[in-house]
Design a protein around this ligand. Sequence first.
Ligand code: FES
Length: 170
Amino acid sequence: MDKSGKKNRREFLFTASYTVGAVGLGATIWPFIDQMNPDSSVKALATTEVDISQIEPGKAITVLWRGKPVFVKRRTPEEIADAKKVKLESLKHPEKDEDRVKKEEWLVMLGICTHLGCVPLSNKGEYNGWFCPCHGSHYDTSGRIRKGPAPTNMEVPKYEFVDNNTIKIG
Ligand code: FES
């Protein structure tokens, strides 16, 4: 393996182990926070505004909303076309792409694998969407489950566009 190949593998292993560690912690904390009577600092996070103006086409960012990761992905025309051409009957959890987005260029969803709650990796997997390294779930460019043990698509939270450069989650 060449030098750059080794580096990539190290980065991947770091990402995968970090993801597992973070989720192990998150899985125990998220339900606990939900049960607490929220103080003002938690209430302030009930909605999160995100500046999306710096996100390049094809890139995704992860923001925290109520302690959960949310993916905001700016899709390329090819990724949108891939998401739209899928036949609903071929999906484990049939949802049209247009029912999962408000503007087709932007996909906003909880970055939590619906199998056991790991955080999937963006722009990875057999469908060029997301890949969950914990047990091998592949999601497409609409965040729909296409292969692997996850039972449902990644969840789209309540959000709205405040203006062309800002979304408000929650
Ligand atoms: S938690 Fe993602 S595949 Fe199991």
